[in-house]
Design a protein around this ligand. Structure first.
Ligand code: SF4
Length: 149
């Protein structure tokens, strides 16, 4: 039942679809499942990205199997419209729920998506992958910034 807090201070919100190169990046989930049906498992403790990246030197890249969080980029992010995260809105509106209870996620109280879209974002969040090379049509559409014009 969104929104909880439609316009929170940006510095208090974390992006749950961040990238490893972002300042302050930490790993908060590991992606399992299959290429077509990925499912994130949420870590009990966040790991600084600099500690995790050296473990990935083979054919699988960290962005295929890890989820990263860092401060919401607000106006520096193409998904942000000046007040809201459009990626969070589209994931919530366009993707199916893949779980029926809230994942045990450590960043919830700071998460931009949860604070904007509520639990419906969390029920869809486990299927999000940082870099997917074989996304579903729905996932590709929901994350494509080209629709913003
Ligand atoms: S499960 Fe919910 S609170 Fe956790 S990162 Fe995903 S959207 Fe945010």
């Amino acid at each position: 039942m969104p929104p909880h807090d439609a316009n929170p201070p940006s510095e208090t919100r974390l992006c749950p679809s961040s990238r490893p190169e972002m300042p302050g990046s930490r790993v908060f989930a590991v992606v399992g499942g299959t290429a077509r049906e990925p499912r994130a498992g949420y870590l009990q403790e966040l790991i600084p990205t600099a500690q995790a990246l050296p473990l990935f030197q083979g054919p699988v890249t960290a962005t295929e199997v890890l989820r990263f969080t860092a401060a919401c980029g607000t106006n520096d992010c193409r998904h942000y419209d000046g007040a809201r995260c459009r990626l969070a809105a589209r994931v919530t509106a366009e993707l199916p729920a893949v779980v029926d209870v809230l994942p045990a996620c450590r960043i919830r109280h700071e998460c931009r998506w949860f604070n904007q879209e509520g639990r419906e974002a969390c029920l869809r969040c486990p299927q999000v992958v940082t870099d997917s090379y074989n996304p579903s049509d729905a996932a590709r559409h929901a994350s494509d910034p080209a629709v913003y014009g």
